[in-house]
Design a protein around this ligand. Structure first.
Ligand code: HEM
Length: 403
């Protein structure tokens, strides 16, 4: 008689502070235990740490849905802490409808149109940093660049006014914390939830968006009947919640990667056209969004292992991106690698709709650095900002040597 294969169980809490600080030993344990594992602190979910299964789950949106939430909470049994996203936490046909609009707003042509403005700001910021560093100062890779750059260029493109934009960072921190358990990180983030949510929703109103910007274009889709006028502000909200903290950490993580791998930075400095692959490899190596969930819509299997209906499936994107079954020498940051197939931006129908914007930001910032800066070195210990979903730095002291 064939026995039902069992899913190995590990006593791991992915949200414990030591695992958030250094997730890589935990990833290895999970990957080596099997293609699917159970985690004792969260008995109702299963987790996948290997690339093949994470990719397979993300590619099968009919079995593994997003509408019951893409965090730990199961919206089939728990109330979402905010009205659900009409794209990220939606399934077809609603997802198809909203995604069509947002994909068009962020089309390659639209991204080409913002390129000059994004480049100019990147060059100005790098110039300022070089001056600051040349005058004997160290710079903070996070506060002086990774945070202020996306906070300037992206809300400008969406059409949000210049005041109090740091609310976008607070909001992003809260949204990504809310995808984990109700722990101290979420409690701290939630303290500012009411005023920050009010600020965000106010800035998603049409009258507060610059005519012609990405936000206004969403309202134009409502004018033409593609979506409703009630849906429009929630879709603008999707840009503001998903489009800032993610790129802040994408930029912070690539600066960290380059500062700690001087040989790789030397290659980039010698050939600025490596900016895009250097950013892409950092997305793989130190993935800004570490995890996303799906929910099994029926009894099914992952890698031949039984997964009952309504089970939450924790997909460890960052672990998949360092799976040695997929990547040779995965812990090495190597800008010569072309990490095609990494899942840092997701995969399948929910694959990041803002990926062209994220890549543009990475490319123009690294190009500006490569041209103006000969060496980037750590100038002291960095600190981490723990978040239930994001891999984030709080500070990154750097010394820049001008070219
Ligand atoms: C380095 C920066 C970024 C990273 C690492 C990132 C990561 C991701 C990932 C992993 C997903 C898939 C989530 C899932 O399948 O459940 C996603 C979806 C999404 N991202 Fe990004 N993202 C980034 C930048 C952006 C930007 C700049 C925008 C806005 C312009 C954006 C807007 C969105 C939206 C709206 C979705 C939902 C798409 C859908 O459900 O169809 N992201 N992102």
């Amino acid at each position: 008689m064939n026995e039902t294969p069992t899913i190995p169980e590990l006593d791991i809490d992915p949200y414990a502070a030591d695992n958030l600080t250094d997730p890589y030993p935990m990833h290895e344990r999970m990957r080596e235990a099997g293609p699917v594992v159970r985690l004792t602190p969260y008995p109702s979910l299963v987790a996948c740490g290997r690339h093949a299964e994470v990719h397979a789950v993300f590619s099968d949106h009919a079995t593994f849905i997003s509408g019951a939430g893409v965090g730990l909470a199961n919206f089939n049994t728990e109330t979402p802490f905010r009205p659900k996203s009409l794209i990220l936490e939606a399934d077809p046909p609603l997802h198809t409808q909203t995604r069509t609009v947002l994909s068009r707003v962020l089309s390659p042509k639209a991204v080409m149109q913002i390129r000059a403005a994004f480049t100019e700001v990147a060059e100005q910021m790098v110039e300022r940093l070089v001056d600051q560093s040349a005058n004997g100062g160290t710079v903070c890779g996070i506060h002086d660049l990774a945070q202020i750059y996306p906070l300037k260029v992206f809300p400008d493109a969406v059409g949000v006014g210049p005041d109090a934009r740091e609310n976008l960072l607070v909001y992003g921190d809260m949204i990504f914390n809310s995808m984990g358990p109700r722990n101290a990180l979420l409690a701290r983030a939630a303290e500012r939830m009411v005023p920050v949510t009010a600020w965000i929703m106010e800035h998603c109103k049409r009258e507060n968006l610059r005519p012609g910007g990405f936000g206004d274009q969403i309202y134009q889709a409502a004018d033409s009947g593609e979506i409703t006028h009630e849906q429009a502000p929630l879709l603008v909200r999707s840009f503001l919640s998903a489009g800032v903290d993610t790129t802040v950490n994408g930029l912070g993580n690539v600066l960290f990667a380059l500062a700690h791998n001087p040989g790789e930075y030397a290659k980039l400095h010698a050939d600025a056209t490596l900016a895009r692959p250097a950013f892409e490899e950092a997305l793989r190596w130190e993935s800004p969004a570490q995890t996303f969930f799906r929910t099994a819509v029926r009894d099914c299997e992952i890698a031949g292992l039984p997964v009952p209906e309504n089970t939450k499936v924790l997909c460890m994107l960052a672990s998949a991106n360092r799976d040695p079954r997929k990547w040779p020498d995965p812990d090495r940051y190597d800008i010569g690698r072309r990490p095609t197939g990494h899942v840092a931006l997701g995969a399948g129908i929910h694959g990041c709709v803002g990926q062209a914007v994220a890549r543009l930001e990475g490319e123009v910032v690294l190009t500006a650095l490569a041209k103006r800066v000969k060496r980037i070195e750590p100038a002291g210990a960095h600190t981490r900002r723990l978040n239930n979903t994001l891999r984030a730095l709080e500070t990154l002291p750097l010394r820049l040597t001008p070219a």
